[in-house]
Design a protein around this ligand. Structure first.
Ligand code: GLV
Ligand code: MN
Ligand code: MN
Length: 407
């Protein structure tokens, strides 16, 4: 089965008919359908499928037993989405991985070491708030007890959701044996900007990832009547929240970073009442740690100042954080040479988007391939990649796996 057919088989899963966006949240029906699709794709190829203790799925192309340890080459990405996400963010890397294996086999390639396809769980943090949860648990970057207690918007814990999907939450935690068997991880991903479009290149190689994180701000005021409460008597949490949003834009601009409030909840949510609380999530990113620290401290200071001025309480808590990532230069060099040998000149790009490859890079050599995104739009139903560029991505990934898993 070629890329196009495999891609088409996943496309309808979890797509919202009204928006055209994807709602593939971990352990929901859409996610379980994605997991069934993964198992089927593995079975069709005779790959050995396993779900690890953290809900990440693996499909193994086992190599003939050889003397001594032979660390695997793993590729893959994630199947979950942000609310109304695009089709490509995550799934492109997994569909391309299976298609690259098909291409290598069609050429008669026999791997000298195992080749794995991984689908990491809850990469977006779209349900439980902690991005790259599956890879963080695998590498021991998150405490399993804290992870079990994470809740979704309806108060369902991760432990409850996992158990409902037939997985054992008691087993969550670092998997050193699995990690020790992996020699390199390469994630292919749609580019989430327009760098490759500007350079006229269908594929690129990642240099690194900006430091980034999420902070939750809870503004607590006092609910009251919108028609009878004098302005001077109000403790309205919406006002310091609004001031904080404007300050975030200023701070990001002043320090060359990015700051976004993309999720906000006003409680209890009555049009004719002052809110009792406003809960908001700051996503902040910058090219270096110093700049990121400046952005976040400026936003936090503004939140406290504005809250004080309006008689509102505020608390700020970091929910997830990824330090700066520089991908393994030696592995990146091997990718660039393998692509050059296949006739592809791949520019090297940095990105502000987070990826499981960035989490794994703390423990093993990791690298990324990007596929051109014509409009540069992502985390949106408008996200796109041309079919021809996707095919070039598959060829690039096949060349890279051939180089890393060959004799
Ligand atoms: C993942 O897509 C992220 O950068 O938030
Ligand atoms: Mn994403
Ligand atoms: Mn992604």
């Amino acid at each position: 089965m070629g890329f196009a057919e495999l891609w088409a088989s996943l496309l309808p899963v979890g797509r919202d008919a009204a928006t055209g966006g994807y709602r593939r949240y971990s352990f929901t029906a859409a996610d379980l359908a994605c997991r069934a699709w993964f198992r089927e794709a593995a079975a069709q190829r005779g790959l050995r499928e396993v779900c690890d203790r953290n809900g990440n799925m693996w499909a193994w192309w086992d190599a003939p037993a050889v003397a001594g340890a032979s660390p695997a080459v793993v590729t893959g990405s994630h199947l979950d989405s942000v609310p109304d996400g695009g089709a490509y963010d995550g799934p492109l890397g997994i569909v391309s991985a299976f298609a690259a294996i098909d291409e290598l086999r069609a050429r008669g390639f026999a791997p000298a070491r195992p080749v794995g396809v991984a689908a990491f769980c809850e990469e977006e943090g779209g349900r439980f708030g902690l991005a790259c949860l599956g890879s963080r648990l695998l590498t021991g970057a998150v405490d399993p007890a804290a992870a079990r207690d994470l809740t979704d918007g309806d108060g369902v814990t991760l432990a409850e959701a996992m158990a409902g999907a037939g997985l054992d939450p008691a087993a969550l935690g670092a998997d050193e044996e699995l990690l020790a068997g992996i020699g390199a991880f390469v994630e292919l991903h749609v580019e989430q900007g327009s760098g490759l479009s500007g350079l006229g290149a269908p594929v690129g190689v990642a240099e690194g990832i900006w430091p980034h994180g999420r902070w939750r701000l809870d503004f607590t005021g006092r609910a009251d009547h919108a028609g009878t409460t004098r302005l001077a008597d109000r403790r309205d949490p919406m006002l310091p929240y609004a001031a904080t949003v404007l300050e975030a834009r200023q701070a990001a601009s002043a320090h060359g970073g990015l700051a976004t409030f993309g999720k906000v909840v006003a409680e209890p949510g009555a049009a004719n009442a002052i809110s009792s609380a406003v809960r908001a999530w700051l996503d902040a990113r910058a090219p270096d740690q110093g700049a990121l620290d400046h952005v976040v401290s400026q936003v936090e200071a503004a939140a406290r100042r504005a809250a004080g001025a309006h008689g509102v309480e505020v608390s700020v808590r970091r929910e997830s954080f990824t330090p700066p990532v520089v991908f393994d230069p030696a592995l990146r060099g091997r990718l660039i040479s393998a692509l050059a040998a296949a006739g592809m000149a791949a520019p090297v790009l940095a990105t502000g988007a987070g990826h499981d490859a960035g989490v794994l890079a703390a423990r093993l050599p990791a690298a990324m391939l990007f596929v051109r995104n014509p409009a540069g739009v992502s985390h949106s139903p408008a996200e796109r990649a041309e079919p021809a560029d996707c095919e070039t991505g598959v060829a690039a990934l096949a060349a890279v796996i051939g180089e890393l898993a060959g004799r």
